[in-house]
Design a protein around this ligand. Structure first.
Ligand code: SF4
Ligand code: SF4
Ligand SMILES: [Zn+2]
Length: 156
């Protein structure tokens, strides 16, 4: 059991909000970078630091075509889905069992509130109720194994 003086490594009580949802469909609220308490990343849409360089310099958030969209989501772009997005979706489907394209379809067709509710349910540990991280197969609080992933990246 954690001593009260010991700093928590992860925030596992996250309330998902629309500002956390990146233009590509990633839910930054379930990201390891967002959930960690040290070097906590404020999320793709925030200008605050620290943000990993691969996300700060990501061509999606910096894309000129994205700036022209009304929704500020890639699904409104005439080039959707561009190669960068296809690669991202493939990587997350393969490694983390989640599809950005599916996320974007839900946001577009059913609205942000519905998507946030879906994510809240999907990322809630059935054993202890904590927020589950998309990049890890287990609950940080109780160790519940959430789903099988072929490989888990150490990149983020
Ligand atoms: S590391 Fe990238 S994906 Fe993760 S919360 Fe930060 S901006 Fe979002
Ligand atoms: S789908 Fe469009 S807005 Fe999104 S990164 Fe690709 S070109 Fe840019
Ligand atoms: Zn748990």
């Amino acid at each position: 059991m954690r001593k009260s003086s010991e700093k928590k490594k992860f925030n596992t009580a996250i309330v998902f909000e629309k500002e956390m949802i990146a233009p590509c469909g990633m839910n930054c609220g379930s990201c390891l970078g967002y959930m960690r308490t040290e070097n906590h990343c404020p999320g793709c849409r925030s200008d605050a630091d620290p943000k990993p360089s691969y996300c700060r310099d990501c061509i999606v958030i910096n894309c000129d075509l994205l700036k022209e969209t009304e929704s500020k989501f890639c699904y409104d772009c005439p080039k959707y889905p561009c190669r960068r997005l296809k690669n991202l979706d493939k990587r997350y489907r393969t490694r983390y069992g989640t599809s950005f394209f599916d996320n974007l379809v839900m946001i577009k067709e059913q609205g942000m509130e519905r998507f946030l509710a879906f994510e809240t349910e999907r990322r809630r540990c059935p054993q202890c109720g904590s927020t589950l991280c998309v990049h890890r197969t287990f609950c940080f609080e109780c160790g519940f194994k959430q789903h099988s992933q072929d490989s888990v990246s150490q990149q983020i």
